[in-house]
Structure formats: C-alpha cells, structure tokens
Ligand binder design. Structure first.
Ligand code: SAM
Length: 202
C-alpha cells in the first residue's frame, strides 16, 4: 500500500485508477483475506440485524458474511476492479456490490451502521474532514460507525495513519466513542497499529 516499487502509473489514491491498477496486479497488502474476528464478535453481540454500508469495500468479504447473518448490507467501491472482485466473492449477493463514489452515493434507506476498514487510511489527511462529514451525514443520531482505525505517525501513505488526538478532534464533535479495543489477527501492515472502535452518532 505504501510507495510503489512496482512501477504503478497512478500515484493518486483519490483516483479510482490508483486502486484499480493495484487490484489488477494483485497488489493488495491491505486485504485481510476474510472477515475480521472483531467484526464477527460485534455482530454476534447485536440484539437485531442492522442495515450497514461498507464504503470502499475492496474485496468485500464482509458483505456475503453479513448477509448470511441476516444483516442488510451494501458494499460500494469506486474502482471497477475492486467491484468486480467483490461481486465475484459475494456470490448470490453480488447485486449488493455497487460501483459508486462514497461522497456521492445516497442510501435507499436509513443506515444503522457504516463499517470502516482501511477506508479512512486510504485517504490523505486533507480528505479526513470530508470523510467524517459524510459519515455524519449518512448516520442519524444513535446509528453507529464501527470498524478498524489505523494509528501511525508516518507521513507517507496510503495507509495514512492517524493519532488518537486527531481522531477525537475529527469525530468527537458528532460521535461518542463507545468501544475501543485492541485487535487480534491483524495482517502485517496493520499489526499493533489498528484498534476496533465503535462511535455512536450523537
Ligand atoms: C485500502 S483499500 C481497502 C479495501 C477494503 N475496505 C479492505 O478492508 O480490504 C481502499 C478502498 O477504498 C476504495 N475507495 C477509495 N476512495 C473511494 C471513494 N471515494 N469511493 C468509493 N471507494 C473508494 C478504493 O478503490 C479501495 O478499494
């Protein structure tokens, strides 16, 4: 995910081409290869199935799994290569994977939750206020932003790490942090640097 020794032609993570090229070459070091354990535990603990959006879904393993749990999930990504991969993995739920830009996509029904994994850290820090504002727009009071947040101090990315003070400043105005836990089973680029967090829209 960091600077490319691979000679990729796109260097701009804000363009779909950047991600497309990496999916096309199978260079996806952020890819967990399955459904993270913390998400499985979180879903098992919920009293009812939720309507959830997976923005920047990449391979989107979570989509089919959430549907199997009875949740109402939609996965979006703006890179056609990611969408093709996620659709293939989603099997009978492939129509739940959409090619769309997170900043423009509109939900057909109210969301109970936005799932975060390697999406905020895919964006340069200058974009973070826009991401946070869109999360807040998409979620009504009481709805949840839940997932994995990447903490690091290297200026180069993606992945672009954040620190806790900055994350609090980014989200604290509109969300309350109701869960913050260490993560087991991280893949190498995130190990020791990601936390499972749940933020509730105020
Ligand atoms: C680092 S990957 C993470 C993929 C996936 N969430 C995962 O955990 O494996 C970031 C993904 O976000 C997508 N993405 C970036 N900006 C986007 C945007 N504005 N709208 C939709 N998808 C976007 C990219 O195409 C890419 O698939």
């Amino acid at each position: 995910m960091a600077a490319d020794p691979h000679g990729f032609s796109s260097r701009d993570p804000l363009s779909p081409q950047f991600w497309d090229e990496r999916f096309a070459r199978g260079f996806t070091p952020w890819d967990q290869g399955g459904v993270p354990a913390a998400l499985r535990r979180f879903v098992a603990a919920q009293a009812r199935p939720l309507t959830v959006l997976i923005p920047g879904c990449g391979s989107g393993y979570e989509l089919a799994w959430l549907m199997e749990q009875g949740w109402d999930a939609t996965a979006i990504d703006f890179a056609p290569g990611a969408v093709a991969q996620a659709k293939q993995g989603a099997g009978k739920w492939s129509e739940r994977v959409l090619e769309a830009d997170f900043f423009a996509w509109q939900p057909a029904q109210a969301l109970d939750m936005v799932y975060e994994r390697a999406f905020l850290c895919a964006m340069p820090p200058a974009m973070w206020p826009r991401v946070a504002a869109r999360w807040a727009e998409l979620l009504a009071p009481g709805a949840l932003l839940a997932g994995f947040f990447f903490f690091d101090s290297t200026p180069k990315g993606p992945p672009f790490g954040i620190d806790r003070t900055r994350l609090d400043a980014l989200l604290g105005g509109q969300f309350d942090c109701i869960e913050d836990a260490a993560v087991d089973g991280s893949i190498p680029i995130f190990v020791g640097k990601e936390r499972w967090m749940v933020w509730r829209r105020r």
